[in-house]
Design a protein around this ligand. Structure first.
Ligand SMILES: N[C@@H](CCC(=O)N[C@@H](CS)C(=O)NCC(=O)O)C(=O)O
Length: 208
């Protein structure tokens, strides 16, 4: 059975998984659906979030899990190093991006993307989390030129679709120009954006 990817091109997590499917040259179908709490969708995605993935054995959710599943299928290129420690370092940086940058930044998506102003208290809390989050990420990331060294890894795809939005949140909700402080972020995004997979994902995002 062809893998089906549920979600929508506005979702950065959806785009991470879609990029990896494209990079691997795997056949897949896109099922366009918004996150929702309908009972039918909750049987597929227990939190009602996107992306979700339908495989011949059943459904999977959580972006990191889906990336690992696709990797373990062994089709197309792998973006994990063969060495177990080096692979764990890629997984570590993805975890940092998710827990300490993506999730705090998301707390201000309402203000930045959906016109729901956040309180000053919330902004101060998120700013403190992001200061720590970016500092910890900077201690792990190599930018030489990729996050984990000379080879492109899954962490770079995660970074591409996560940190650009987080920087947007910093600028628009916190008056904090993270991109100016860390020019290496946009340099890496520009490098990753040269890939055909990303170009195709971004073009689909613009269409919607
Ligand atoms: N931890 C999930 C997060 C996915 C997620 O938050 N997706 C957003 C769209 S970008 C969503 O479905 N939001 C709706 C909601 O939170 O109920 C993952 O890694 O895939």
């Amino acid at each position: 059975m062809t893998i089906k990817l549920y979600g929508m091109p506005l979702s950065n997590y959806y785009n991470m998984v879609k990029t990896v499917l494209l990079e691997k040259g795997m056949d897949f179908e896109e099922v366009l659906i918004l996150p929702n709490q309908e009972s039918d969708f909750l049987t597929k995605s227990p939190m009602g979030k996107v992306p979700a993935m339908e495989t011949e054995q059943g459904f999977l959710t959580e972006t990191g899990v889906m990336l690992d599943y696709l990797d373990s299928l062994g089709q197309g290129a792998s973006f994990y190093p063969a060495d177990p420690y080096a692979k764990a370092k890629v997984q570590e940086i993805i975890r940092y991006l998710e827990l300490y940058i993506e999730l705090p930044a998301r707390r201000l998506y309402g203000e930045v993307f959906f016109g729901r102003p956040a309180t000053d208290e919330l902004k101060a809390e998120v700013k403190a989390q992001l200061v720590k989050g970016f500092a910890s990420f900077d201690r792990l990331a190599q930018f030489s030129p990729y996050l984990c060294g000379a080879e492109l890894t899954y962490a770079d795809f995660y970074f591409r679709f996560s940190v650009n939005l987080a920087m947007n949140v910093c600028k628009r909700a916190l008056e904090w120009d993270r991109a100016a402080e860390a020019p290496q972020y946009n340099e890496l995004i520009a490098l990753i954006d040269e890939r055909a997979s990303i170009q195709s994902v971004l073009a689909d995002q613009k269409k919607k």
